[in-house]
Design a protein around this ligand. Structure first.
Ligand code: CAA
Length: 388
């Protein structure tokens, strides 16, 4: 059977962040609640000149050459902060990236699970069409509202993955375990720009779903915790994944508990400094594990994907020996290091400056925008995308 999986990963987050200790002080909280209790140090601040389409394009252009673009047969765009109730963000993206027109371009939605749905659909497509290449996106802006309990778990950015046969980074196992239940833990009706969330309940549902799919996966595969070198979690905030790991750590020997905990520390590093990407979070965590961890290749990694509402999935894959060739480390490191810190007052201004929902023509101040792809405004109810 054809080996399929993740061949390349690109990641983009805008060039600004707010410091979580500073935000805690501004909100009258002990900084350690945010830094330790929630587990976040910096939060991406998203300017109005970036939306899910431009962030996805900025992530994808890191991994695509003109030759690769010509081979992409499908674009699967996972997002829960899309820009249109009808037209897929994938269509805008395919145009911006100059992809061939004999491509399927579709948007997928199930809260933070959308990119995993894309990854699994892409893998099945490539199993049937081994020459096929699929671009899978997870892009979101996580927005809860100023001075809400969820404010500390905001963030934003995009992950772009190329799914192919004989992948460079990760060969996906074909068994996976998934679980769906109609749960009102987090949702965003079409008339709202900020999510509604029952925060504590959502964390309990997350942990219960993890328990369910982990048990089912083990039953299906006869594998157990000893078969894994690391676990990557959907990380709405890093403490959430830490709680997930703690649920299963007692199943491991003391030595393995140490290595799994070290792997978790590596896997949360970048998420801790960016915040929630919603559907891209699990894959930013994978990238963080690869960048900061001690893995060398041929290890099995377990993945827990969770999308409120709710869908959970546990799946696995084997890290490939040349996995470091699948992402551009210097570029990722530079992108994060070059970000500018903004004050809480500036963050609040930027938060309020998002594109209005009234359809009026807008020309955005684009002078400070450094990204290759950006949004210049809106004219006649159409977003004006630009490339520089
Ligand atoms: N020092 C260290 N720790 C401290 C502290 C201090 N001074 N003060 C408080 N803490 C700890 C608390 O003990 C608590 O730790 P535990 O969870 O381990 O008990 C932690 O900090 C958080 O404190 P609270 O529970 O009081 O926090 P809160 O009421 O302000 O809300 C939250 C936290 C529910 C996560 C809230 O931020 C929220 O609603 N976030 C959005 C929802 C979310 O992300 N849910 C996750 C699951 S859903 C999902 O995964 C999908 C998705 O992406 C949205």
């Amino acid at each position: 059977m054809t080996v399929v999986g993740i061949d390349k990963i690109g990641f983009y987050t805008p060039g600004m962040y707010v410091d979580m200790a500073e935000l805690a002080s501004a909100r009258g909280e002990d900084p350690n609640k945010y830094l330790i209790g929630i587990g976040q140090s910096k939060q991406a601040v998203i300017p109005p000149t970036q939306d899910v389409v431009t962030m996805a394009a900025n992530a994808a252009e890191q991994i695509l050459t003109p030759a690769l673009k010509a081979e992409i047969g499908m674009v699967l765009f996972g997002t829960e902060s899309g820009i249109d109730n009808s037209k897929a963000a994938a269509v805008y993206l395919a145009h911006l990236l100059d992809l061939p027109q004999n491509t399927r371009a579709i948007e997928l939605k199930q809260a933070c699970y959308g990119a995993t749905a894309g990854l699994q659909l892409a893998a099945d497509y490539v199993r049937v069409h081994p020459q096929g290449k699929v671009l899978v996106i997870g892009a979101d802006i996580a927005r809860y509202g100023l001075r809400t309990a969820g404010e500390v778990t905001q963030g934003g950015g995009a992950i772009a993955m190329l799914v192919t046969a004989d992948p460079t980074i990760l060969a996906l196992d074909d068994v996976s375990s998934y679980h769906t239940a109609d749960v009102m833990d987090f949702w965003r009706p079409t008339y709202r720009t900020e999510a509604l969330v029952d925060g504590k309940y959502s964390t309990n549902v997350y942990l219960n779903f993890f328990k369910t799919v982990w048990a089912d996966y083990q039953q299906q595969t006869q594998r157990s915790i000893k078969d894994f070198a690391a676990f990557a979690f959907h990380l709405p905030f890093t403490k959430m994944g830490r709680k997930g790991l703690r649920q299963i750590l007692p199943e491991a020997t003391p030595e393995q508990q140490t290595t799994l905990t070290a792997a978790f520390e590596a896997s949360q590093e970048d998420n801790r400094n960016v915040g929630n990407l919603y559907t891209g979070s699990l894959y930013l965590s994978l990238l963080s594990l690869l960048r900061h961890g001690q893995l060398i290749g041929n290890e099995r990694i377990g993945f827990f994907s969770y999308g409120s509402g709710a869908e959970g999935e546990f799946f696995s894959g084997v890290l490939q020996p040349n996995f470091r060739d699948g992402f551009v480390e210097e570029r990722l490191a530079q992108q994060l290091a070059d970000r500018q810190r903004v004050s809480v007052a500036e963050y609040e201004q930027i938060y309020a400056a998002q594109l209005s929902n009234d359809g009026r023509d807008v020309q955005l101040a684009v002078g400070a925008e450094q990204a290759t792809y950006y949004l210049a405004g809106r004219q006649h109810e159409q977003r004006q995308y630009r490339k520089q």
